[in-house]
Design a protein around this ligand. Structure first.
Ligand code: SF4
Ligand code: SF4
Length: 443
């Protein structure tokens, strides 16, 4: 008689893991941190300016307290390119970690699921419970949406300004309309689309199929341990997108890791080693993949280059930007005593957090005198100041008719001065034009 097959001895039952050892615990920690960051950022100021926000009056984008102007948009463009390269790199390397762990859609839907779990709208035997309970749950979720939408508005309308509008009941129509629209959009999306947004609408989700390779981090059911599965379907029940990960990786999987925790719990209960479902780089049945694949190296190199370019552009950014505009309607004027004058407007922009006093002088034409109402020109922090000035050439100058390049220099008086230059031209008219101008003035 053949001996009876040896029964596998169940592993000793382990106690439930601490929260930071479960995917759910880690995911909530990340989500909480990101939510706190998102809500706190509009209240943080650096040098009197928002850490991150848009100033509607001056049309400036503030990043790290530094105001970016339209001519700084290449910095914003570089930052956007860096963000795209980072997203691609993270996706190739870590798969859908953004979708499951950081995407606001997922975080808010998780919060809604928690609310619904706290106040179940159906009793255990399936009977519908009181309407009041459902209203309370949806009301709490709407309130949560209101908080998120308000935080979004605070990036456009600073907290003090919004507080003033609300306290004095003078909320501008556009602020109220934008606010209401965002609440409706958020709430409508989460209520009507929910997780279907991730599986059917989100373009990033569609992109991932192209970006994944054989070594990307994915959630995988270990086929070599199929015998350990007791077919309890717990992994399917907890899955927010309701897929069965045992059928293999699917486009609907947002890598939240809920099935990993659920299956680990079952494995613990039946005394079998955990990680029947697990996060894994590539397939568990394939040899360990290389981390440094060509696409990872190329994307990492792109991120490094873009970061270097961004830092260089940010450091090399002028503290004071100056430009000179010609007086288009009155290019020159010849005084009765023969002095020749050209009129201009200096546009000085102070991009620092401190006021600046800029001493101005002109170079380029011998004997040219700068006549300006105030010298130095003071400019408040983050402000633009326009100052009209005149360049005067003494009578009897030897300059030929035409445009002569001149440069207006500006400099502060500190030990490490801030300097700026603005190029323009001084116009010497033809002799005939002299007469016309003089004649015109006499009339
Ligand atoms: S939770 Fe684990 S044991 Fe249960 S069906 Fe899923 S894979 Fe099998
Ligand atoms: S299969 Fe697992 S990791 Fe993927 S979405 Fe479902 S629960 Fe989350």
């Amino acid at each position: 008689m053949p001996p009876a097959p040896a029964r596998r001895r169940p592993a000793p039952k382990a106690p439930p893991p601490r929260w930071y050892r479960t995917e759910r615990g880690r995911r909530w920690a990340v989500a909480g941190l990101l939510l706190a960051l998102y809500c706190a950022t509009p209240f943080i100021e650096v040098g009197g300016h928002p850490l991150l926000g848009f100033d509607r009056q001056t049309l400036r984008l503030y990043v790290g307290g530094v105001g970016l102007w339209l001519d700084d948009l290449f910095i914003v463009l570089l930052a956007a390119l860096l963000a795209v390269a980072l997203i691609l790199l993270v996706t190739v390397w870590l798969g859908r970690v953004w979708c499951g762990w950081a995407c606001p859609q997922t975080v808010l839907l998780d919060l809604r699921d928690q609310l619904r779990a706290l106040f179940p709208v159906r009793t255990a035997d399936g009977r519908a419970v009181r309407l009041a309970k459902r209203v309370a749950v949806e009301g709490a979720f709407l309130l949560l949406n209101l908080v998120v939408a308000t935080t979004f508005i605070l990036y456009l309308v600073p907290p003090r300004e919004l507080g003033h509008y609300l306290a004095t009941a003078t909320l501008p129509f556009w602020v109220g309309a934008t606010w209401g629209t965002i609440v409706l959009l958020f709430y409508g999306d989460l209520l009507l689309l929910g997780r279907r947004f991730c599986t059917h609408v989100c373009p990033y989700a569609k992109l991932q199929g192209v970006l994944f390779d054989r070594a990307t981090l994915v959630v995988e059911y270990d086929r070599t341990r199929e015998d350990d599965c007791i077919d309890c379907k717990r992994c399917v029940k907890v899955c927010p997108t309701k897929i069965d990960i045992r059928d293999g990786l699917q486009v609907e999987c947002i890598a939240c890791g809920e099935c990993v925790d659920a299956c680990d719990e079952i494995m613990r209960k039946v005394g079998t080693p955990p990680k029947l479902i697990q996060f894994h780089f590539g397939s568990t049945s394939a040899p360990p993949p290389r981390v440094l694949r060509p696409q990872v190296v190329v994307l990492a190199a792109a991120c490094v280059c873009l970061t270097a370019a961004l830092v260089h552009a940010a450091i090399g950014r002028a503290a004071v930007e100056a430009s000179v505009l010609r007086d288009r309607y009155h290019l020159f004027h010849v005084a009765k005593d023969g002095r020749l004058m050209n009129s201009y407007t200096l546009v000085a922009e102070n991009r620092t957090a401190e006021p600046v006093a800029l001493t101005c002088w002109v170079e380029g034409v011998e004997g040219l005198e700068l006549v300006i109402p105030h010298n130095p020109v003071t400019v408040k922090p983050g402000a633009v100041r326009k100052t009209r000035f005149v360049l005067v050439l003494p009578a009897g100058h030897p300059l030929a008719p035409g445009n002569h390049p001149v440069t207006l220099h500006l400099m502060t008086a500190e030990a490490e001065p801030i300097t700026a230059d603005a190029a323009t031209a001084f116009t010497v008219p033809e002799a005939e034009e002299h007469k016309v101008e003089e004649h015109g003035k006499e009339e």
